[in-house]
Design a protein around this ligand. Structure first.
Ligand code: IPM
Ligand code: MG
Length: 356
């Protein structure tokens, strides 16, 4: 059987880290009765350069007809410093999320023993840190009405949610809590925002069907503090789009390297998998970027979309072995480091050994 994977390398270090993930997937495909077939498509700044559109029609078609999507990164500094730019790479990402209905962004945060010394937090705080954030991805202030008024002297963005948007991601988060430590924390700003009060109402209702799950409510400012001071307290965090964007970046530094965290964006029919580190343009083309988060994202993909949980575990183990053996890029160890492709080769080889 063939699984069609849409490969969207995107911008910056996207193409380099993607190459390493594909290397690893090819080893898996060789050993399995499931074969992977890849279709490359443009997105982000590279799509603007070649097609004048950050999410062009042929990319849409390739995504729609695939079984899963692997995505590298999006963004180019030339747009960041131009507030008047008419088209932006990020618009392509937001359109893609909406178009494919990727409503739940799932970001696991856990510490690796060999990385603990690189975390800015104290060792004792890092013990037993293992939580997962469910961030709503197609609603809220990102997609509400926005505009510019009074000849450019005034601008507005609106945060809107309806109950069904909250319910569908809440059910995913509660189901995950059942499989884990049965604790769910809703992060909101219900002391100020009406959308947050709607979130609380919906979560309170759904929680009646999950009597085994303990539900906590935290205001986002307080949550931002607790993620740093007490990260091991969390199990499943559920939150809306913008709060999720902010706290997941915050959470990523706990682990010691931004280059380690994969994520899944889950939709009704199709899901997309991407590292959370972004396009890191300063490193692009230098063969120095950490490919682990991209490789771990491909592991999440085969586990989630192709039911290959055994192979997913093998990839995770190979990455862990690379860390333990010090086969890492310079973001992790400045004194002794390997190139992007060397780390990818080592992990692919290790997967090959483990799977035999
Ligand atoms: C993310 C990113 C995006 C977001 C940007 C690039 C639009 O920060 O995936 O977290 O804000 O969602
Ligand atoms: Mg972000």
């Amino acid at each position: 059987m063939i699984k069609n994977i849409a490969v969207l390398e995107g911008d910056g270090i996207g193409p380099e880290v993607m190459k390493e993930a594909i290397k690893v997937l090819n080893i898996i495909s060789k050993k399995s009765s499931l074969k992977f077939s890849y279709s490359n498509a443009l997105v982000g700044a590279s799509a603007i350069n070649k097609k004048g559109n950050p999410f062009p029609k042929d990319t849409k078609d390739i995504c729609k007809s695939s079984d899963a999507i692997l995505f590298g990164a999006i963004g180019d500094p030339k747009y960041d410093n131009d507030p008047k730019a008419k088209i932006r790479p990020e618009d392509g990402l937001l359109e893609m999320r909406k178009f494919l209905g990727l409503y739940a962004n799932i970001r696991p945060v856990k510490t690796y023993k060999s990385l603990i010394e690189y975390s800015p937090l104290k060792n004792k705080i890092l013990k037993n840190v293992d939580f997962i954030v469910f961030r709503e991805l197609t609603g809220g202030i990102y997609f509400g009405k926005k505009g510019i008024l009074d000849d450019g002297n005034k601008a507005f963005d609106t945060c809107v949610y309806n109950k069904s948007e909250i319910e569908r991601i809440a059910v995913l988060a509660f189901d995950e809590a059942l499989k884990r430590n049965k604790k769910l924390t809703l992060v909101d700003k219900a002391n100020v925002l009406s959308t947050s009060r709607l979130w609380r109402e919906v979560i309170q209702n759904i929680s009646k069907n999950y009597s085994n799950v303990k539900v906590d409510y935290l205001f986002v400012d307080n949550a931002a503090m607790k993620i740093i001071s007490n990260p091991s307290d969390f199990d499943v965090i559920l939150t809306e789009n913008m709060f999720g964007d902010i706290i997941t970046d915050e959470a990523s530094v706990i682990t010691g390297s931004l280059g380690m965290l994969p994520s899944a964006s889950v939709g009704k029919d199709i899901s997309l998998f991407e590292p959370i580190h972004g396009s890191y343009p300063q490193a692009a083309g230098k063969n120095i970027a950490n490919p682990m988060a991209m490789i771990l994202s491909s592991a999440m993909m085969i586990g989630h979309s192709f039911n290959m949980s055994f192979e997913e575990r093998i990839i995770n183990r190979a990455v862990n072995d690379a860390l333990n053996k010090g086969i890492v890029t310079e973001d992790i160890n400045k004194n002794k480091f390997y190139k992007t492709n060397e780390v990818g080769d080592w992990i692919a080889n290790r997967v090959h050994q483990l799977i035999n």
